[in-house]
Design a binder for this molecule. Sequence first.
Ligand code: ZN
Length: 319
Amino acid sequence: MPDTAAGPGDPEALEEAACLVCGSREAQPVATSRAQMWGPAERFQWQRCRACGLVYLSPRVPAARIGRYYEGYIPHRGPGAWGRWAGLVRTSEARTDRLRLARIRSLGPVGPGQAVLDVGCGRPSFLRLVCQETGARCVGTDFDDGGWRGAPAEWPGLELHAGELEQLPLAGPFDRITLWHVLEHLYDPVGTLRHLRTLADARTRLVIEVPDHAGLSRRLQGDHWAGYHTPRHTAAYTPASLRQALERAGWRVVAQQQWGTLDPWVLWWLGQQERGPRDWSGSLEGAFLPFVAGKVATLPLALLARWVPLGFQTAIAAA
Ligand SMILES: [Zn+2]
């Protein structure tokens, strides 16, 4: 593969994108990023919209062909990619699920008679926890059923749908709608948010967590920042552009925080691996101890995550 700013070998394989929030085509380049978690040295251009400030990928891989960038994808390989440390990684994932449950409960009680929709649920362990702990009706969606197809017995009581969100028979309204690191993958984020608005009523709270382009890790790591996740992410939101996307889709933002449920150290570590760059096709077992050592060394900073924007952000919106 040629290492050029034009993108993968066949430049015609890419498509020019307009701003995903306001539709403007007036943009200026802000970063050139290597395809991340990916072998071939392909480079892509990130642009900043001159009209609204959104940072987005253009040219980009058309939606119909982005699937190849998820083949052998580390997050889909699950804790097993960490070899003998898989158990500890599983514990860490369960902790994230608990933080997310606490997050949706912090917005008011969640219980029987209520409904929770998790968009882009992947392997639906978060929803399973919500179902077990609250008794709410739990609905999950994803583009395909790879996250739950293998072991349906693991997901009792969950209502799981695969396909294009707009085509799915989802019976709303929902009391909570969550998108944990999903919005930044969408090719029409405002269209999706607008559709979700039709599944909401006055009690609904929408919870969105994404990387924070205004955070410290992006400022320090620049083009290697893992929040770009090039070319799988279509946009890199700041708190201001996330708010604009929500408002354009008819949502009212009720709170924003420059922190989330994921550990900002993970984002930093991933960015450092891209400097190497690391060969992502093998086991990550050997990377585990340096990963933990770095986490311990940066613990004092992690304790400041609520006050110093390190790399993630959350928006809460109402209909
Ligand atoms: Zn724009």
